[in-house]
Design a protein around this ligand. Structure first.
Ligand code: MN
Length: 721
């Protein structure tokens, strides 16, 4: 049975008398021409496929743009047609819809995991900015499943499995019940042909008897409801579909003839009150099964489905389900999302009630509820459902979900914390990217690792997920503790050695343990770390540990000499300077006197107990300090990007509006002012001290140059905080 253009147009005008059929006609001829030399595997002309897909969408009474998209859905992929040409010939909406279908058609689902299938479905929804893309894709798949016959067996099975994993649940999710049922049965037919044949045969054998029973029950329900004052608009009875019967057989480990509840009845009534009245009356007629009463009117399913369900014992001890709903609920139950593209009196229209009733796409409807203009609704219904999530593939085809803004580094940590810890970059769709790369839906990501890679402090600015941040912090904390323990142990051991003692001796004597307790540490590691932080004074501790020693020198001298050793050791270990990252940590602090910034020459000074203090190289404070405690330091290129505080003093004429001009220049440069102090000095001049956040010295100097250009500014200089 071949659809013709006239059939399509006739059907559309039946539900949309005012629709612009010209668009459909043009799409028809355009696609027919584009596909004219192609044929399907079956030998039929290729164009029969898009035509049939369009037919399926017309059956769902979809709008003109969707029908045109269905006709055109394969032209971008198969023919030499570009998106701009479609936009010129048709419209931006149609071009975007066709492009959307083409894009999701390229996604291939390869994973065997259940959870991955769910993520894959979400990814498809996320990639389809407009839900109509999904509807066209589902119709496309349904027609392909119907005409699978001419494919080789292995291909049939692969397509059927993918359909079962992805498209049938998607049809259910968007609420088009008939498509879901047909897709599932077609899948079973190709995946388990014997079972499909067996169940179908059994259904055929019992058909006559079942139809008689259905007639009996619908008649009974109709009479009894009417007698009790409820008017049923329609009552249908039907048998469950093959896949659902097969699932019941599996879950109950039974044969076909052992199954009880294969029948379902639908009662359509005028309003919600009548729904509940009908439920009461059904229960008065037939005894309900406990626990099988479901109120999807009060609590709709996520796809917007609403109904009352109950399973009852009918005549001959047979059980069946009764579904009770209004006409509008029925329409949504049958057509789901498609029900929203309803034409009323020839116009695409959505009533306020319909919007309120529907909880599918709840998030979208939250904002769409107040809208009455269909165009505005279309805009809103563009699937922004997953705008906070991105979905990407692993090289194995699994799909992982991330919050928007997540990076390649987050991806690495999502695989395994060890993968994250040793991650140096990634390949996205085969191209090398940095750790900072922001993931985008549909990308395939492969982590690149190096054995000697370690997490760094600036990774905390790259990671977005709490999982990755937690793992990085944990690693850094442990690293700090390890370093502290090592240094503290060395310090104490060295000092003890001078007095002919050792940690081992003290440990044996139990003195170390006692000292820990006295200072409030749970273990000796805590004590070591505390020594390097300067919280526990080394000299005092040694005196405590070695009470038998006669002490002559002062505590201070003793500590100084210990630190001298530390410095010497750092120097001996390597001739190269100590690399410092852009951020402070246990061993590195930035001197407050000169606010050193990344990118400028710096020098280090080993403090008593507070690690290395970093100064600008020319800082008078640094020069005044003991030369033997100075050590060379250099900025580590890796530490870039962290915020530092810098100070500048702007001298300007005291004129109204000038300060505003200065602060505006800062904000225009993307620089945050954390403190400002202005005072008027002699000769009508003002001095303006600003404390600003910058990442490096270049940024600061750039700002100074911009400020100098302001009219009325006399000088701009860097100052210490
Ligand atoms: Mn197709």
């Amino acid at each position: 049975m071949q659809l013709r253009l006239n059939d399509l147009l006739e059907q559309i005008s039946a539900y949309a008398p005012d629709a612009d059929l010209d668009v459909v006609m043009r799409a028809y001829f355009y696609a027919a021409k584009a596909h004219k030399d192609q044929s399907r595997k079956s030998g039929e002309a290729y164009f029969t496929h898009p035509l049939a897909v369009a037919g399926l969408l017309v059956e769902q009474r979809m709008d003109i743009d969707t029908v045109a998209t269905a006709l055109l859905h394969d032209v971008l992929e198969d023919c030499l047609v570009g998106q701009d040409e479609l936009e010129e010939t048709f419209s931006q909406v149609i071009a975007e819809l066709v492009d959307g279908v083409t894009k999701i058609s390229k996604l291939q689902f390869r994973s065997k995991q259940e959870a991955a299938a769910e993520n894959f479905r979400k990814m498809m929804l996320a990639m389809s900015k407009d839900i109509r893309v999904i509807l066209v894709k589902l119709a496309d798949r349904l027609h392909n499943m119907r005409t699978l016959g001419s494919m080789p067996d292995y291909k049939k099975r692969r397509i059927a499995q993918e359909t079962l994993d992805i498209y049938a649940p998607l049809a259910s999710r968007v609420g088009i019940e008939a498509w879901k049922i047909e897709l599932e049965d077609l899948c079973l037919q190709h995946l388990k042909p014997e079972i499909f044949a067996e169940v179908s045969q059994a259904m055929e054998d019992t058909k006559e008897e079942r139809e008689a029973y259905v007639a009996e029950i619908t008649g009974l329900l109709d009479r009894e409801l009417q007698r009790r004052g409820v008017k049923a608009e329609a009552i249908y009875g039907r048998c469950k579909h093959v896949m659902s019967i097969y699932r019941k057989m599996e879950s109950q480990h039974s044969e076909f003839d052992q199954l009880h509840d294969l029948l379902a009845f639908r009662v359509i009534v005028a309003d919600v009150t009548a729904c509940y009245a009908t439920l009461g009356n059904v229960h008065a007629l037939f005894r309900p099964l406990p626990d099988r009463i479901k109120d999807y009117i009060a609590m709709p399913k996520s796809n917007g489905y609403q109904s009352l369900h109950t399973t009852v014992f009918g005549p001959q001890g047979r059980r069946f389900e009764v579904q009770i709903r209004t006409r509008d609920m029925h329409d949504i139950a049958e057509r789901g999302v498609a029900a929203h593209w309803q034409y009323k009196e020839g116009h695409l229209a959505l009533s306020r009630e319909q919007l309120n009733e529907v909880t599918h796409l709840r998030a979208v409807f939250e904002s769409a509820r107040e809208m009455e203009d269909p165009d505005e609704f279309m805009e809103a219904v563009k699937l922004d459902l997953f705008h906070n999530e991105v979905f990407v593939f692993t090289p194995g085809g699994d799909v992982k979900e991330f919050p928007r803004g997540a990076t390649a580094l987050d991806f690495a940590y999502a695989i395994h914390s060890e993968v994250g810890n040793t991650c140096v970059g990634a390949k996205v769709n085969g191209k090398m990217v940095k750790l900072e790369h922001q993931l985008r839906t549909g990308e395939t990501v492969e982590v690149l690792r190096r054995k000697d890679q370690r997490p760094r402090r600036d990774w905390l600015n790259i990671a977005r997920t709490s999982r990755a941040l937690g793992r990085i912090r944990r690693y850094l904390r442990q690293e700090e503790i390890d370093t502290g323990v090592r240094l503290g142990r060395e310090m104490l051991e060295g000092e003890l050695k001078k007095h002919g003692s050792s940690l081992g001796d003290l440990n044996k004597a139990g003195r170390l343990k006692r000292a820990c307790k006295a200072h409030g540490f749970r273990d000796v590691e805590g004590l070591f770390v505390s020594l390097t932080q300067g919280h526990t004074a080394l000299a005092a501790l040694v005196r405590e540990l070695l009470p038998e020693v006669e002490w002559t020198t002062s505590d201070e001298e003793r500590e100084a000499s210990t630190f001298q050793k530390l410095i010497n050791r750092i120097r001996k270990r390597s001739a190269s300077p100590v690399l410092i990252s852009g951020q402070e940590d246990l061993l590195v602090q930035f001197a407050k006197c000169c606010n050193p910034l990344p990118g400028e020459p710096v020098g280090g000074f080993v403090t008593r107990g507070r690690g290395i203090s970093v100064h600008r190289r020319g800082c008078p404070q640094l020069l005044a300090l003991e030369p033997e405690r100075r050590i060379p330091v250099e900025w580590d290129a890796r530490g870039q990007g962290a915020q530092h505080t810098g100070g500048i003093r702007v001298v300007c004429v005291d004129r109204p509006g000038l300060l505003a001009n200065i602060t505006k220049t800062c904000t225009d440069a993307g620089i945050n002012i954390s403190a400002a102090n202005v005072q008027v000095v002699e000769d009508d001049k003002a001095e303006c001290d600003l404390e600003i956040g910058v990442t490096d010295v270049d940024e600061l100097q750039g700002l100074i140059r911009r400020l100098e250009k302001i009219r009325g500014v006399i000088s701009v200089n860097r100052v210490a905080r």
